[in-house]
Design a protein around this ligand. Sequence first.
Ligand code: SF4
Length: 353
Amino acid sequence: METRRDTKKIFVDNVPIGGQSPIPIQSMTTAKTDDVDSVVSEIRRLEEAGCDLIRASLPDMDSVKAIPLIKERINIPLIGDIHFDHKLALEAIEQGIDKIRINPGNIGSRKNVEKVLEKARENNIPLRIGVNSGSLEKDLLEKHGYPTPQAMLESAERHLKICEEFGFEDLIFSLKSSHAPLMIEANRKFSEKYVYPLHLGVTEAGTGWKAVVKSSIGIGTLLAEGIGDTIRVSLTDDPVEEIKAGRQILRSLGIISSGLDIISCPTCARTQTDIVPIVKELERRTEHVKKNLTVAVMGCVVNGPGEAREADIGIACGKKEGLLFKKGEIIEKIPEDQMIDRLLEEIEKFPEN
Ligand code: SF4
């Protein structure tokens, strides 16, 4: 891992982004924003999963008017996603939004831009400028032929120039693409030139494991290079899955350590206990666990005892049974059909750290 690059620290309500702050994980609501009960219940599930910042689309005034009703029932900052309409942005700030995702170059006249930036400044509301390779300006596409990292950088610079002309620097940037190498290179270019914090994401990544792999490569490569200050994994799925994937990316890079790390072997011809369903069930039933614990479930005595001994809790399986380890010591022998329950019991008993 390279040293994390230093960036400006921007506050979204009480959550800092950049300037070496912990990396917040974001997601986006999928319910209609003016359906307050549905949005709040979605956000509460996301909070429970570890979401630090939540964004909601604000396509109309009804959605904007829902902002205070949502905010009074949630515990994390609320970000508004606005396209083109400066009146929605002004009213969203009035209603207490904590950050706005809007591109100043798309708002219209300079007068409208000035109004939004003035109001954001008065209320300490940061903006995120989001460049997407799929919606680059026509002239940039003509100049570069297709969406290139340089074209994405130039698009970001256009919006930045407008903000800087008004002396507004409370900014976060994102340069997203559904193509991970393009997103990686565009963010590298931006971070070489600017100190604004970067929101990382591979946009429209798709569904399931393919999308998680694609996002992990895009986001993880940059984070390993020390680039990036907040992340969102975009999945065509329940947004809670985005938070799980985001947390796992940060955990895999050693950026966060909270939560259960389950180590299990791939199994092979030596396996005499079917650990695949055991591990899957264990993962499912420990999703909520926030304790920082390593649990190993290993298929045989070749590598099993070593890994199980190194973990906080571990099982090294033999023939339809396994040795249960706790903090490196063997504590008992357990039959295959009791492994899940015994592991859950030990995880529950393990002290918070
Ligand atoms: Fe095979 Fe044993 Fe290694 Fe698991 S731990 S992959 S069962 S050799």
